[in-house]
Write a protein of this length. Sequence first.
Length: 272
Amino acid sequence: MACLSVSETTTFRWSFEEDVLRYKAAGIPAIGVWRQKLSDFGEEKGAELLSETGMRVSHLFWAGGFTGTDGRTFKGAVEDALEAVRTAAELKTQCLLVYSGARGLHTHNHARRLFREALKEMIPLAQELGVFLGVEPMHPGCAADFTFITDLDDYFKLVDTLGSNQVKLIFDVYHLGAVPDIVSRIPQLIPHIALVQLGDAKSPPNGEVNRCLLGEGALPLVEIVRALRDNGYDGFFDVELIGEDVEAYSYDYLLEHAKSAYARLLGEAAKG
């Protein structure tokens, strides 16, 4: 069954405990856990709180930075990523978001090689623990600090060299929704998708992420959700809201709007 989730990045200033308890009170059944917040609260306590409240975890955000542009060594970034795989398993989520890191001064080929080698080191443990490594192509207008994977072709070139079903696609509508042929490509993408993130935008990103409330932007949300559901996607739909267009709203309002917009989207998509 499809399930609504909200990413902790949406409620940036709330603590992990506030997120879990207030999402639960708002009727949100699942949460995208942010490692930073979880670490601040305590991983063991966090897992216990999630279990006590019955809150499901759609994904763990994030591991990566293998290109060294954030100051870490390749070995250090891989060790941290392996720890993130273990944490994901402890939280009973099947999806860990993994970002390459910025390309920086590396050539494209060398940056891809670093990311590929990091994923190869992660795959055995991820397979053992039942955790998918989710790679998220980001719109080139806001990707530079996170990843050089900026379109679906980049994603497929990467996974084709790995030969492992453990590496999956994060389908973020905010980043992929404006691709001209995206709806027609969804049947091809379905076997690869680990998680769908719902986002909307009034205009393409220009330097940083700026998501608006679902349904108030220009992206074809209904058509995308319909194609996903018609082709068998029944996983989490994770709502992520970040940027100037949503900063004026209270977090309580964002949760209520996410819930109502999700219900409306699935209803409209089902009408066909």
